[in-house]
Structure formats: structure tokens, C-alpha cells
Design a protein around this ligand. Sequence first.
Ligand SMILES: [Zn+2]
Length: 175
Amino acid sequence: MKLMELNKYQTPQPTNLSREKIFEVARKIANTTGFLPGNDIRNYIKKVFNAEIVDQKGNKYKNIDTSKDALFVNSTGSLLIFLKDGVNDLRKNFTIAHELGHYILHSQFGIIPIRAYRYGSHRLEWEANWFAAEFLMPQEEITKLKNEGLTSVEMSDHFQVSVTAMNIRIESLGL
Ligand SMILES: [Zn+2]
């Protein structure tokens, strides 16, 4: 294969798995790699998936537009996550988990070189969001905490996500 071809990205395709199936994938990944609710996902993704996280500020990849959140999985399987500025760390945690969802579901653990920008609302983005939601905020744990009487603000702190993400998650589960 020519070097040119090696650097080509494919357009990511949705898996078309059901929401429940994607939740299951997220649980399996969390369980097998030892990710627990509230863990530092930045550290985790660097250690477990050898990902490089690039914040817009101080970005050394001058040729890449980082005004949007983005994921690059190269032909070598390397995982590069760009995070735009002006967003707090809790929201960035969700973005990191979302990009991990793309890596697992749509690049199939780095086999398919893809580029994904985080915008729009279509199947591909839903799948990454479903993955991120269950990965960071497992349904089982939310149910447990709710029964213990925790508020969504307390839960958002427990899971290290924004209150907005927490509320969306609780509502989408019908809890
Ligand atoms: Zn995305």
C-alpha cells in the first residue's frame, strides 16, 4: 500500500445497534478495563487506550482546526482527541467519553481510520452519546443513588459530569 493511501480517513458509519446494546458495550468496556464512576477519564483514556488529548490552547497541530471537538484515529490506530476551549472540565469529560465511543464503535478499536467532529444530531452522534452516557453514568448506579435520595447535583459530582448531562441522562432513562 502506498503511503498516500495509509493516510486516508474513512467516513465513519453507524453500527445501527440499539441503545440497549450500546449501553451493554459501554458497560463491558468499563468493566474489562477497570473504569469506575467518577474516575478521571483523561488519565484513563491515556493509559488504557494510549490516546493523546490535545486542548485547543497550546495545540501543536497547527494544521488541524481545533475550534470544534474532534477525534482522529489514524491508520496506525493512534487516537487523538481535540478539545475546544471555553468548556469546563466536566463537560470535557463527556466529550472524551463520546470520542471513546466513536473509537470503539466506529473505528472498531482503531482498525478503521476515521475523523469525527462533534456536531449535528444524527445516528452516528447518538451512538457515541449513548456510549458516553452509560460509560460515565451507568444506569444501575444512578438507580442506586436515586434510591439513596441523592439529588441530580450530587450525582453529577459523583459521576464527574455536568449537571446538564446528569439531568439529560436521568430524564432519558425515565427515572
Ligand atoms: Zn461525535
